[in-house]
Design a protein around this ligand. Structure first.
Ligand SMILES: [Mn+2]
Length: 248
């Protein structure tokens, strides 16, 4: 704690947990709960979007599921860690709930965080590097107030079915996609505005860091086929895999 250069920040995204996990996903979830145990007591934990594959915040009831995950996050909060929630295209609708339960920002939008000796810009990253039209329509709907009003008028099971169909099955980036994403990121970084040293995104399911002059753009690898996360401390940022053991 104390001087913000000595704070530690852990960042994770794209776990894409479902309400009703299959056996394979239950293993992934257990590993993620271990990651949360490691996070308990660090200064900041950033959830950078698409932690949940589907979430909708109804006024009078909550979706069934995710209880183990929320309990894991309760332990992180109770250990004194500040939790930040930046919504992804799959879980932006959880931001109100996270605001109430963990004191995260109310709208789940991009954040600037000065901690770990870095000025970080935290963005989920959907719509930044990709061009898929169907996906852009989906994004446009979920990120608008009108989308929320329309969705609230649907039966939860219908909304769930539509959302699952539109968003498809999330997976790791293929090798071709990965190299295309890095090329797009290297082109995008010099045009990015704002007062920060490091921008961190998720969404692309491929970990990388590109640099331009004194600034960097990093993408977290997600938790599909790998256990990617980021750590910022003492002015340095590193991409890691939880499978390689805790950072020293
Ligand atoms: Mn996403």
């Amino acid at each position: 704690m104390g001087n913000n250069g000595y704070e530690t920040v852990l960042l994770v995204a794209d776990t894409h947990f479902h309400l009703d996990p299959d056996p394979e996903e239950r293993i992934r979830l257990r590993r993620f709960l271990s990651f949360l145990e490691m996070s308990a007591g660090v200064d900041h934990l950033v959830l950078l979007g698409d932690i949940f594959d589907f979430w909708f915040d109804y006024p009078h009831f909550r979706l069934k599921g995710y209880d183990d995950l929320l309990h894991g996050l309760d332990l992180v909060r109770d250990a004194g860690t500040r939790i930040h929630f930046v919504g992804g295209n799959h879980d932006i609708w959880a931001s109100g709930y996270f605001h109430r339960r963990y004191g995260c920002s109310e709208n789940g939008g991009p954040l600037t965080l000065n901690a770990g000796g870095l000025r970080m810009r935290l963005i989920h990253g959907d719509g930044m590097l990709g061009r898929d039209l169907l996906y852009r329509c989906f994004r446009w709907i979920v990120r608008r107030r009108l989308g929320i009003i329309c969705a609230k008028s649907l039966h939860p099971e219908i909304l769930f079915a539509i959302s699952t169909w539109l968003s498809g099955r999330s997976r790791m980036a293929t090798r071709d996609e990965a190299s295309r994403i890095e090329t797009l990121a290297a082109r995008r970084l010099p045009r990015m505005q704002g007062d920060w040293d490091l921008a961190v995104i998720g969404h692309v399911h491929h970990p990388f860091i590109v640099e331009h002059q004194s600034r960097k753009l990093a993408a977290l690898g997600g938790w599909l086929g790998r256990e990617g996360y980021g750590i910022a401390r003492e002015g340095r940022f590193e991409l890691r895999d939880f499978e390689d053991g805790p950072p020293i």
